[in-house]
Ligand binder design. Structure first.
Ligand code: PFF
Length: 470
C-alpha cells in the first residue's frame, strides 16, 4: 500500500473534517434540494417518494459518494489523473467525468442569476408584480436582464474560487451553510403555521399541507409507475449529492489523511437529505394552503412561479418571507456553483500546470460567454429541441439533459465496473479504513459496487437514451 502511505494530500486543502463536510454539503445542497426535490415529491406520491428516496440515498447515494471521496483522497488527484492512476486504460473515464462539470457550468450560473433576480424583486418591493403568471417568462426572455444576472452570479462564484480552497471555498461554506440551515428550519416552521381561507370559504392549514406531503399516496400505483418513481428518485440522488461528476473526487483530494471519511460521508448525506426534506416541508404546505392540491402540479415552475404567488398572498410577512427564501436559495446555489467551477479549475491546473489565479480568470471569461449564450437561449438563441424523455427543451435543458440524465448514469456504471471488477472494492475500503478507522457498511459497499450499481445504472442509462421506455 505504498501509495497510500505517501503524504499525498496537497499543500492547499481543507483545514479539517468540519471544513470539508461544510464544503461538500455546500456542493450537495443546491437548487436540487430546494426546487427539484419538492416538485418530484409532489408529483410522485408524497411519502411514497420520500421513503424510496431515503432507502436509495443510504444505499446507492452512500456507495457513489464513498467511491468518489475515497478515490480523491487516495490518489490526491482530480478526475482525469485519478482514474488514470487507478488504471491507465481507464483514463477515458476521467475525461468523461470531467466533461460533466464542464457542461453543468455553462448553465448553473444562469439559474443562480434567476435567484438573484428574485432577491432584487423582494428587496425593492415588487412582490405583487412577481406573482403575475408572465413575470418569470418576461424576465428570462428579456436578453439584457437575463444576461446581467447570470454574469453577476458568475462573478460571485469566480471570486470565491479565485481565493482558493481554504480562504475561499471553506471560509464561505463555513458561514453560508449553517446560516442556510437555520433559515430553512425557520421558514419550514413558519410554513406549518400558515392558514388561509379562499374565495369559496375553504380553509386550509399548513399542518394539513404537511400531511399531504408526508402521507404515501398509492392511488393508481402500477409497476410502471413505481419504476418511474424509482428512476426519478435515483437521478435526483445523483444530482443532489453531486456524485459521478468528479466534484467529490476533487474535494476528496483536499482532505487530510487523519479525517474520518466514513463519518464525514454520513454527515454529508444527512445534511443533504435533511435540507431536501425541510425544503419540501416548507414549499408543499405553503403551496397547499394558498393554492390547494392543484397548485402542486406546477412542476418545475414551483419555485419561480408558484412560490411568488404564495408570498404575495401572505398579507404582511410575504415580502420578508420571500426575501429570506431567495437569499437562502442563493447561498445554496452559490456553494454548489463554486464546487463546479473549482473542479474545472483544479483539473485544468493539473493538466496545464498553471496557477490558480490565472486559471480562474481564463475560465471565468470562457464561462461568462457560455452563460450569456445559455441565458440568451430564451430570447435571441431560442430553440425548441425534442429530448428523449419526451419534453421540449431550450439550450439550458439540453445541457442539463446531456450532463445529468445521460452522462451521470453512464459514468456511474463504468466507475462501478472499474472499482468492483478491475481494481476491486478493497481499493476503496482500505482508504476509508486508513489509520484504523471503522467502515461499518463495508459489506454493503462491496455488494452494491460490484453487482447492484452497474445493473441499475445500465437500466437508467438505457431509459435516458430513450432505448428503454419503462
Ligand atoms: N448538488 C446540487 C444540488 O442539489 O442542487 C447541484 C449540483 C451541484 C449539481 C454541482 C451538479 C454540480 F456539479
Amino acid at each position: 500500500m505504498q501509495d497510500n502511505l505517501k503524504h499525498k494530500h496537497k499543500k492547499h486543502g481543507f483545514t479539517g473534517q468540519l471544513g470539508f463536510v461544510m464544503a461538500a454539503a455546500g456542493s450537495a445542497v443546491g437548487v436540487g434540494n430546494l426546487w427539484r426535490f419538492p416538485y418530484l415529491a409532489a408529483k410522485d406520491g408524497g411519502g411514497l417518494f420520500i421513503l424510496i428516496y431515503l432507502i436509495l440515498t443510504f444505499t446507492f447515494g452512500f456507495t457513489l459518494l464513498t467511491s468518489d471521496i475515497a478515490i480523491g483522497r487516495r490518489t490526491g488527484k482530480n478526475s482525469i489523473n485519478a482514474y488514470k492512476e487507478m488504471s491507465p486504460k481507464w483514463k477515458f473515464l476521467g475525461i468523461l467525468t470531467f466533461l460533466v462539470p464542464v457542461l453543468i457550468m455553462t448553465y448553473y450560473a444562469v439559474i443562480g442569476g434567476w435567484i438573484v433576480r428574485y432577491i432584487v424583486v423582494y428587496l425593492t418591493g415588487q412582490g405583487q408584480a412577481a406573482a403575475q403568471d408572465s413575470f418569470f417568462t418576461d424576465f428570462i426572455t428579456s436578453p439584457g436582464q437575463a444576461t446581467l444576472y447570470a454574469v453577476l452570479f458568475m462573478l460571485f462564484t469566480a471570486w470565491i474560487v479565485f481565493n482558493g480552497v481554504e480562504k475561499g471555498i471553506e471560509k464561505y461554506s463555513r458561514i453560508l451553510m449553517p446560516v442556510l440551515l437555520v433559515m430553512i428550519v425557520a421558514i419550514a416552521i413558519f410554513a406549518l403555521t400558515l392558514k388561509h381561507t379562499d374565495a369559496d370559504g375553504v380553509t386550509r392549514t399548513g399542518l394539513q399541507g404537511l400531511a399531504v406531503y408526508l402521507t404515501p399516496n398509492f392511488k393508481g400505483l402500477t409497476l410502471r409507475r413505481l419504476m418511474q418513481i424509482l428512476l426519478d428518485a435515483m437521478s435526483q440522488i445523483f444530482f443532489s449529492l453531486s456524485v459521478s461528476m468528479g466534484i467529490m473526487i476533487t474535494y476528496g483530494s483536499y482532505i487530510k489523511k487523519d479525517v474520518d471519511v466514513n463519518t464525514s460521508i454520513h454527515q454529508i448525506e444527512v445534511f443533504d437529505t435533511g435540507v431536501a426534506l425541510l425544503a419540501g416541508m416548507m414549499i408543499i404546505p405553503s403551496i397547499f394552503v394558498f393554492e390547494g392540491v392543484e397548485g402542486m402540479s406546477a412542476g418545475p415552475g414551483l419555485m419561480f412561479v408558484s412560490l411568488p404567488k404564495v408570498f404575495a398572498s401572505m398579507t404582511h410577512l410575504g415580502r420578508a418571507a420571500g426575501l429570506a427564501f431567495f437569499i437562502m436559495a442563493a447561498f445554496a446555489a452559490l456553494t454548489s456553483c463554486v464546487s463546479v467551477l473549482e473542479t474545472i479549475t483544479a483539473n485544468c491546473m493539473e493538466i496545464f500546470h498553471t496557477k490558480r489565479k490565472p486559471t480562474t480568470i481564463v475560465l471565468t471569461i470562457i464561462y461568462m460567454i457560455a452563460s450569456i449564450v445559455i441565458a440568451l437561449g430564451y430570447s435571441t438563441f431560442y430553440i425548441e429541441l425534442p429530448l428523449p424523455n419526451g419534453s421540449i427543451g431550450q439550450i439550458l435543458d439540453l445541457m442539463d439533459y446531456i450532463s445529468n440524465s445521460f452522462m451521470m448514469p453512464f459514468i456511474s456504471m463504468l466507475s462501478a465496473i472499474l472499482i468492483g471488477w478491475v481494481v476491486g472494492p478493497d481499493w476503496i475500503i482500505e482508504e476509508v479504513e486508513f489509520g484504523g478507522r471503522k467502515f461499518g457498511l463495508r459489506k454493503l459497499y462491496a455488494v452494491m459496487i460490484r453487482y447492484i450499481v452497474p445493473v441499475i445504472m445500465f437500466i437508467l442509462f438505457l431509459q435516458s437514451t430513450g432505448i428503454l421506455n419503462l
